[in-house]
Design a protein around this ligand. Structure first.
Ligand SMILES: NC(=O)c1ccc[n+]([C@@H]2O[C@H](COP(=O)([O-])OP(=O)(O)OC[C@H]3O[C@@H](n4cnc5c(N)ncnc54)[C@H](OP(=O)(O)O)[C@@H]3O)[C@@H](O)[C@H]2O)c1
Length: 348
């Protein structure tokens, strides 16, 4: 069987190691992708340090990929060998992206538009999915879901004109995509918390006001009151510490919705009729697959037309072998406003 290199997490809470392994085969409806760029995400170090998510070891992680179609599985349509594409990985060893080849269902794969590189494309899938599913996936039936807003890539464009939105962590990868989707939904003003050094960049994405993320959170309400008098119906917390979640919940107008990206830790006021939804940013999940398929069908055009811009990227050396050091930087909070990318084909 043809071999490739992959980065394995050898056991629960264990060490990383690059090893040779078989190239996965595409199942029905799948594509096999030669992964030319993969992005690092906080979830990757959190799995290694926390032992969550993956039950099968040795495990391959990685949820962002971009590359070239190497084979087309039975019944997969819309793609041919050689197409440049980007896609979201999944937590199984055939579908994760910290390897030279991965499989993905064709219906949640997008062709690379001509205005971005493969490195930039790899910054998109997980961050954008978390933003998009948090805002537009159906309300949760059980543990996770979205705010159920109408997606702007369908018939929801401009629907929230004149309504403010608050986003915690505007400079995070997820936050940058929330900003751009909020703009398409018409939200105004778009208010974010971030380090002031990111202000001009965030304004280029559509932000109206940046609140310094270092202010004491009890000051947030008075700062918001100076920026908008309209009721705040939607807050997206792309940071989701206990204290930002609570500040977001408290800032919401009665009946409003808070989107969080980690377990809900808010103390509720039952009389305020506020909803908290836990966004899980993966378009592979059956509960949110339809929203994902719909997004991926429009994604190439949204990027080509400049409506969604990728994150700024930093390419790390040594391919897959460069991932552990990059994840350590993320864990140490030393990555600021940029997505770390590796090129698996450059693995020594
Ligand atoms: N539920 C899900 O499915 C899902 C999916 C993706 C991500 N997440 C979670 O979402 C969070 C963001 O992920 P990401 O990949 O977008 O992160 P990221 O881009 O790696 O985050 C780095 C950024 O966070 C900013 N930041 C840190 N603390 C902040 C605070 N208190 N207020 C405002 N900004 C702050 C930093 O700002 P400075 O530049 O000022 O240092 C830095 O720019 C992580 O906790 C991640 O685990 C969840």
């Amino acid at each position: 069987m043809a071999q490739q290199k992959a980065l394995f997490l050898l056991e629960k809470l264990g060490a990383w190691e690059v090893r040779a392994t078989a190239i996965p085969q595409p199942g029905a409806g799948d594509l096999l992708i030669k992964v030319e760029a993969a992005a690092l995400n906080p979830v990757d170090w959190k799995i290694q340090k926390g032992g969550t998510f993956n039950k099968m070891y040795p495990a391959i992680l990685g949820t962002d990929g971009a590359g070239e179609v190497a084979a087309v599985g039975e019944g997969a349509t819309g793609f041919k060998v050689g197409d440049k594409v980007f896609f979201e990985g999944w937590f199984s060893n055939d579908k994760a992206t910290f390897q030279e080849y991965a499989t993905v269902p064709a219906e949640i794969t997008a062709k690379l538009p001509s205005n971005i590189s493969l490195d930039e494309a790899a910054s998109i899938p997980l961050g954008l999915a978390t933003a998009a599913l948090g805002l537009y996936a159906p309300l949760p039936k059980e543990r996770f879901g979205g705010a159920g807003l109408p997606p702007p890539w369908e018939d929801g464009r401009g629907k929230y004109a004149g309504k403010p939105i608050l986003i915690f962590g505007g400079a995070t990868s997820v936050g940058q995509y929330v900003i751009q989707l909020a703009k398409l939904s018409g939200f105004s003003p778009i208010i974010v918390t971030a380090s002031p050094k990111h202000t001009s960049f965030l304004k280029s994405l559509g932000v109206d006001h940046v609140i310094d993320r270092n202010i004491p959170l009890p000051e947030l309400k008075s700062q918001l009151a100076s920026l908008t008098i309209s009721p705040l119906e939607v807050v997206y917390d792309a940071v989701s510490f206990a204290e930002t979640q609570q500040a977001g919940y408290d800032a919401l107008a009665p009946g409003g919705t808070l989107v969080v990206v980690a377990d809900d830790q808010t103390k509720k006021d039952p009389s305020a009729r506020k909803t908290v939804v836990y966004a899980v940013g993966n378009v592979h999940l059956p509960e949110q697959r339809a929203t994902g398929v719909s997004l991926y069908s429009k994604l190439t055009r949204l990027i080509q037309e400049g409506e969604i811009k990728p994150n700024r990227v930093e390419v790390l050396p040594n391919g897959l072998a460069g991932i552990p050091d990059g994840l350590k930087r993320m864990e140490d909070d030393k990555v600021s406003g940029v997505k770390l990318i590796v090129r698996p084909q450059e693995t020594p």
